[in-house]
Design a protein around this ligand. Structure first.
Ligand code: SF4
Length: 380
């Protein structure tokens, strides 16, 4: 921290960071960390790299130097979310469930719906967000793999988001029998922690995340931008529904940064009508139209921040408006570039996800999945 950020740093140090530091130095704790897709870009910017730089390897290395026992990745559980959410959508469409189904990975959007449109919470997917799914997986599946008691695990999530701590604190987020996520740091807080520990970010080598809960596909990574959850779901949903490879893995029809757009996606004999909302204020007319029967959709993605999580409130701050516009554009481009560079780009083809189902969860939307990975919403 410099002279401007020092007071803020000191304030944070007495809450989130000190809690994380205490766990890191406690010999009785086994620390596991996850980082959201957008963090690997925000962190690079914090250390002076050009907008849109993907610092996945340096992020993994930094977390290891900080002292986390296992460096896992939220991108893995973004793939897991797609397996569960895609299956839920197929069931709702084919078995006559409540439509449109709404995405549920943005806690600010979920809270808004619970508070302002409680009668519409039945539209929300019952899937937890990737952060909370992985928290539950840490203290069950990973606890077994790493041969550690769940109560000894201290689970940290690094997020581009200032609402994720609220989500982790929801009383129902304890499916593992303990609190699933113990502490949430923002991208900026992680940068402060790296500086505070005297880690030379530039000198860090490129390292991989730990396997299996650090293995991810391009579909998991594009969760960080508006339309990404929808695109990832279509890549998998198409193949699960038709049994055929999707003609083009890049579902560009769902991409875009305007407030609200719709597309018709052909899936075998069926046409799915999907909608994507970016920026929470734009969802109100959409909800009103759905309620009044003026808008028919099968699936709706809603992200609170302007272009999705890459622009979240925990990401680096800007001195100038022009920087902000440029950064948003480059972060978006960088996200899709990383997706194109990855060898596997569909969530259901992630071998570590396949193994998680084969060895532990057994089936998509099954009994154990429902216990650990799904949730209920409040209507009061
Ligand atoms: Fe958080 Fe914004 Fe992402 Fe929602 S869109 S999860 S509020 S960063």
């Amino acid at each position: 921290p410099d002279s401007v950020t020092e007071p803020l740093f000191a304030a944070y140090n007495v809450c989130h960071l000190s809690e994380v530091k205490a766990a890191l130095s406690d010999p009785d704790k086994f620390t596991m960390v996850q980082s959201a897709p957008a963090v690997r870009m925000g962190l690079a910017e914090e250390f002076g790299y050009p907008f849109g730089t993907i610092a996945a390897g340096k992020l993994a290395a930094a977390l290891r130097r900080i002292g986390f026992d296992k460096v896992y990745d939220t991108n893995f559980s973004a793939d897991l979310t797609i397996m569960e959410e895609g299956t839920e959508l197929i069931k709702r469409v084919t078995e006559g469930g409540v439509l449109p189904m709404f995405t549920s990975c943005c806690p600010a959007w979920v809270k808004f719906l619970e508070t302002s449109y409680p009668e519409m919470t039945k539209h929300l997917s019952s899937c937890k967000s990737p952060q909370q799914m992985l928290g539950a997986v840490f203290k069950t599946y990973c606890a077994k793999l790493d041969n550690v008691a769940p109560e000894k695990i201290f689970s940290v999530a690094v997020m581009p988001c200032t609402c994720k701590e609220f989500e982790a604190n929801r009383p129902e987020m304890n499916a593992s029998g303990c609190r699933d996520v113990d502490a949430v740091l923002t991208t900026r807080e992680l940068a402060w922690l790296i500086r505070d520990m005297g880690i030379d970010f530039d000198a860090l080598p490129e390292e991989a995340f730990d396997s299996p809960a650090g293995d991810y596909t391009g579909a998991g990574h594009i969760f960080g931008v508006t339309g990404g959850v929808m695109e990832a779901a279509i890549r998998t949903g198409y193949e699960l529904m038709t049994g055929q490879p999707i003609p083009n893995v890049e579902v560009t029809a769902v991409r875009g940064t305007e407030g609200f757009h719709t597309s018709d996606i052909k899936v075998g004999d069926m046409t799915l009508r999907i909608g994507v909302v970016t920026y929470l204020k734009n969802v109100i007319p959409v909800l009103e139209d759905i309620k009044a029967g003026r808008l028919k959709l099968d699936f709706l993605e809603v992200m609170t921040c302007p272009e999705g999580c890459v622009t979240g409130g925990g990401q680096p701050k800007f001195l100038m408006e022009t920087d902000k516009k440029e950064a948003y554009k480059k972060r978006r481009e960088g996200t899709f570039e990383h997706d194109r560079a990855l060898p596997i780009r569909k969530s259901h083809e992630n071998p570590s996800i396949q193994k998680l189902y084969a060895d532990f969860l057994k089936e998509r939307n099954g009994k154990l999945s429902h216990k650990l990975l799904h949730t209920k919403y409040r209507t009061k």
